[in-house]
Design a protein around this ligand. Structure first.
Ligand code: SAM
Length: 203
């Protein structure tokens, strides 16, 4: 598990370093009408196992009246499962256009495309204020970097559930585990829950 975590963290670190290099496009290219290419992901794609998706929704105590956002949604499985099993409206955001394509297909195949929306975008620039539940499967330092935006945007009482990774000094209020299929990696076995406090402040 340590090896995998190190490699996940290392890849994300390399991507971040690459992303921080300023673009030096020739002026003519910069003026092009082509849509700006999104930067590389901060975290590689590793899907949450199906058992883990259900465990995360259970830990969030998801209800039909919730609005679920998965930040870095991959193929949309968390949002689609919540819509299918609980009738929940959801939004998934991912920086990788391939994942957004897969998520839209997944929603259509599962007959929940009227309940869910998938958006191509950077989670660090996204507006997720309407969420009452947010799910994350990122990395510890990405969670920590995201924490101020979570506290700024989310209403008190909003639940945040993370697959595997913590949020540094902001200790989870509850945890759960499953015996996942993903025994080799150790991922998708532990889940952590936080609730946005009334003061909107956290360590
Ligand atoms: C570990 S996968 C989790 C996928 C999905 N949430 C799940 O649990 O199955 C992380 C996802 O985050 C996306 N991602 C990474 N950095 C991102 C960013 N800055 N903005 C939006 N999505 C990002 C990746 O493309 C990838 O699909």
């Amino acid at each position: 598990m340590q090896t995998l975590l190190r490699s996940l963290a290392a890849s994300a670190g390399l991507w971040l370093a690459a992303a921080s290099v300023p673009a030096s496009l020739p002026a003519q290219q910069a003026k092009s009408a082509a849509p700006a290419k999104l930067r590389d992901p901060d975290v590689p794609y590793v899907p949450t196992t199906p058992e883990a998706v259900e465990a995360m929704l259970k830990l969030a105590d998801i209800k039909k009246t919730d609005v679920l956002y998965d930040l870095g949604c991959g193929d949309g499985r968390i949002v689609v499962t919540a819509a299918k099993l609980h009738g929940v409206r959801g939004v998934g955001i991912d920086i990788d256009p391939q994942r957004i394509g897969e998520a839209n297909e997944n929603a259509k195949r599962s007959g929940v495309d009227h309940l869910v929306t998938f958006k191509l975008g950077d989670l660090f620039e996204a507006d997720f204020r309407e969420a009452s539940v947010v799910t994350l499967f990122l990395l510890p330092r990405i969670n920590i970097k995201l924490k101020p935006r979570l506290l700024e945007q989310l209403k008190p009482g909003t639940r945040i559930v993370s697959n595997t990774f913590d949020m540094g000094e902001w200790k989870a209020q509850k945890e759960s585990t499953v015996d996942s299929e993903d025994f080799d990696t150790g991922l998708s076995r532990k889940f952590l829950l936080w609730t946005i406090p009334a003061s909107k402040q956290a360590p």
